[in-house]
Design a protein around this ligand. Structure first.
Ligand code: SF4
Ligand code: FES
Length: 253
């Protein structure tokens, strides 16, 4: 238990911030509008704590997604001060350095809004499924399992960390003009399996990857890589897949 002095110290650390939330409810014909909430928060509070505080004590109608609250489930990606981030991994002090700062919260881009910060991710998951994000190998297993060396595993290790939060999809400038682009998350997950030494599904995935809306739509803006909360080198992996497709064409010639 903290002492009274510690309690006073903690109290002093609290800062008042203005949370500006983009709100809408298309189903009920409520158009997009910005609603402001005055909130007291500790610098070490997370934006998710602040949103929960608003929902609990100021406005129960505010809609947003969250589940694990620890950066694992990918539910609470949103735009915070114009950057795509997880609310549960964003500290108040990282986005509101001064007392009285305004923090703007918006839904992810490139998705239809269901309500407030909740978006419809159907198309995102449709594209994810299109790359067949699972191990493909019809060959019989020798002995008990398909053996893989540590080096082989390391070549795609970071891509296994995707939590499908869609922060990269929102950050991608290609999707501003081309909604049919597969998007960074689907391509990062395609890479994850293409690079897996146990996988033989290159030809199965080729039709969606070797397409104007597949890897070739990527223009190396690196916004996806910057946004990814899991540190996945998405752009590098997309370029790797491009090279692999080119190599396979040369082998076929
Ligand atoms: S690649 Fe990164 S930003 Fe994109 S969905 Fe996966 S974890 Fe999220
Ligand atoms: S709530 Fe699960 S990642 Fe933030």
């Amino acid at each position: 238990m903290g002492t009274q002095a510690e309690g006073v110290l903690n109290e002093e650390k609290k800062m008042k911030i203005t949370l500006e939330v983009q709100r809408s409810n298309p189903e009920e014909g409520v158009e997009s509008t910005v609603r402001s909430y005055e909130v007291e928060a500790e610098p070490t509070d997370r934006l998710l704590d602040v949103l929960m505080q608003v929902k609990q004590f100021q406005d129960g109608s505010l809609a947003f997604r969250k589940s694990c609250a620890h950066g694992v489930c990918g539910s609470d990606a949103m735009r915070i001060n114009g950057k795509d981030r997880l609310a549960c991994k964003t500290l108040v002090r990282d986005v509101a350095e001064e007392e009285g700062a305004t923090v703007r919260v918006e839904p992810l881009r490139h998705f239809p809004v269901v309500k407030d910060l909740v978006v419809d991710q159907s198309r995102f998951f449709e594209k994810y499924r299109a790359v067949k994000p699972f191990l493909i190998n019809e060959e019989p297993v020798e002995e008990k399992e398909r053996v893989q060396s540590q080096t082989e595993r390391a070549s795609f290790d970071d891509a296994t960390n995707c939590i499908l939060c869609a922060a990269c999809y929102s950050a991608c400038p290609i999707l501003d003009d081309n909604g049919d682009f597969l998007g960074p998350a689907a391509l990062a997950n395609a890479f994850r399996f293409l690079e897996d030494s146990r996988d033989t599904g290159f030809d199965d995935r080729l039709p969606v990857l070797d397409d104007p809306n597949g890897v070739w739509a990527c223009e190396n803006h690196f916004e996806c890589t910057r946004a990814c909360p899991r540190g996945i080198k998405i752009t590098k992996h997309i370029n790797h897949t491009k090279r692999r497709i080119k190599d396979s064409r040369q082998q076929d010639e």
